[in-house]
Design a protein around this ligand. Structure first.
Ligand code: ATP
Ligand code: MG
Ligand code: MG
Ligand code: MG
Length: 439
């Protein structure tokens, strides 16, 4: 992509409305534009990152054996009357009437709708286990939308629902979600700690939230700091092996880690003092096991091997896809701008031409662009007729992991400069070697 032809409306001044760094940088880097309180357009750069995050979420859900589908954003109120949540949900639910005066709503979550799909088509244990998920826009009329996409009213969420014949099988689904979430966040360069949580309006006792530590987070968290060193890494996990999956979950949930809602001061005090930590965190996901709460209310039953009919066991599992952009930036930035982890960066590398219009520099940049594209790496080439300082500032702000700087002086020596956004270190090498280095 050539910057002269792209749409990257960078802001020079700090927007006044942004209170936290991720919101400020997302506005300044031309990633989002607010259209109403908590409702955003995703401008091209923001949209690219959103899609990359969505893609990672899909890959890890599919790896865990979960099946994607897509449900609508608008739902009929009658489904929610069946579960009793239409009245319970309160003012966070955006209620709409269609032209026939039918009550509709913009879905804040999809337990009712997925249970309706399930009961229409599945009636036997032979079709279980089954986990269906989608990544779709949600609407919650939050009392205080704030911090940009972190607490929007319209937001993008992955929500998955497992259907199982018994409690053990449903708990395995719960564990599978935990492991797949750990891998999902790690691929985004994040440490998200599973913390025992309280369930709220979804219902059920067994629930963990995933929190990214950040002092701008809205949740207070209490944890044994040894939990932050745990990594899934690239170890292979067999998602069909219940003991293995449960073992990974034990490893990540044995050390104390709780939000203020479930914090237990007596247990916390048993942690060696030097490991006790109190901080703040951003909730980037939550998993629930709630058994038959919805299946019973909505008549979603299955026939067991011995011929009896039982309500299906369920759980639901969410990832805040759009909130993750904010969380990643909170966790990875400096005073110049964003520092994208490689897994989610909008472009893997930027090319800065120090002297646009100089034949040798233009030619070298075009050749670099071509060589990178041939490797499957789409660069963002700043080919504008701008000062070098302005070009560097833009690249630093938008935070691509690598920058290749090309100028007539270096080219005379046969070199370009390769700079790492994270370390700030630069190296002079041949254009071919620079392309080689970027993965
Ligand atoms: P919060 O406690 O932040 O209000 P929640 O517990 O109400 O979130 P869940 O119902 O658990 O949210 O939804 C799953 C995920 O969706 C959350 O973990 C969070 O990452 C994301 N999410 C929830 N509300 C919002 C929002 N208003 N804007 C952006 N993301 C959100
Ligand atoms: Mg909420
Ligand atoms: Mg919450
Ligand atoms: Mg939650």
């Amino acid at each position: 992509m050539r910057l002269s032809r792209y749409f990257l409306p960078v802001l020079k001044e700090d927007p006044k409305e942004a209170q936290i760094v991720s919101h400020r940088y997302m506005l300044r880097a031309g990633m989002i534009k607010q259209q109403a309180a908590g409702i955003y357009s995703w401008l091209p750069l923001g949209y690219r990152v959103l899609k990359r995050i969505e893609q990672i979420v899909h890959e890890e859900q599919i790896r865990a054996g979960h099946i994607p589908l897509l449900m609508p954003t608008l739902q009929p109120a009658d489904l929610w009357r069946e579960s009793g949540r239409y009245d319970d949900y309160g003012q966070e639910m955006l209620r709409i009437k269609d032209r026939h005066e039918r009550d509709m709503l913009y879905g804040p979550t999809n337990e009712e709708m997925i249970t309706d799909i399930f009961r229409s088509h599945v009636s036997s244990y032979k079709d279980l286990p089954l986990t269906l998920y989608h990544i779709q826009w949600k609407f919650r009329d939050e009392m205080r939308p704030r911090f940009g996409v972190m607490r929007g009213r319209e937001f993008f969420m992955k929500d998955g629902y497992n259907f199982d014949i018994d409690r053990d099988s449903a708990l395995h689904a719960y564990n599978r979600h935990m492991v797949s979430y750990l891998r999902t966040y790690e691929r985004m360069g994040l440490t998200a700690i599973p913390m025992r949580a309280a369930s709220g309006p979804i219902g059920g006792d067994n629930t963990h939230e995933f929190l990214v530590l950040a002092n701008t987070g809205e949740s207070e968290v209490f944890y044994d700091d040894r939990v932050t060193a745990l990594k899934l890494g690239d170890r292979a996990v067999d998602y069909d092996n219940r003991a293995e999956v449960a073992g990974v979950c034990d490893e990540f949930t044995t050390l104390y880690a709780r939000t203020d809602e479930t914090h237990d001061a007596a247990l916390f005090d048993q942690i060696p003092a030097e490991h006790q930590k109190v901080g703040r965190g951003i909730e980037v996901g939550q998993i629930f096991y709630f058994g038959t709460k919805y299946s019973e209310a909505m008549g979603a039953t299955v026939v067991t091997p011995d011929g009896s009919k039982v309500p299906v066991e369920m759980g639901s599992h969410g990832i805040g896809v759009s909130r993750l952009l904010g969380a990643i930036i909170e966790a990875s930035h400096d005073e110049k701008g964003i520092i994208w982890p490689e897994g989610v960066t909008p472009f893997p590398v930027g090319i800065v031409n120090l002297k646009q219009g100089d034949a040798a520099a233009d030619e070298a940049c075009a050749a670099l662009e071509k060589a990178l594209l041939a490797k499957g790496l789409e660069p963002l080439y700043d080919d504008r007729d701008e000062r070098a300082g302005a070009k560097f500032a833009t690249m630093d702000l938008i935070g691509l992991p690598w920058r290749i700087t090309v100028g007539p002086r270096g080219l005379q020596k046969g070199v370009v400069e390769l700079t790492s956004r994270r370390s700030g270190e630069s190296e002079e090498l041949s254009p071919e070697a620079a392309v080689e280095r970027i993965v």
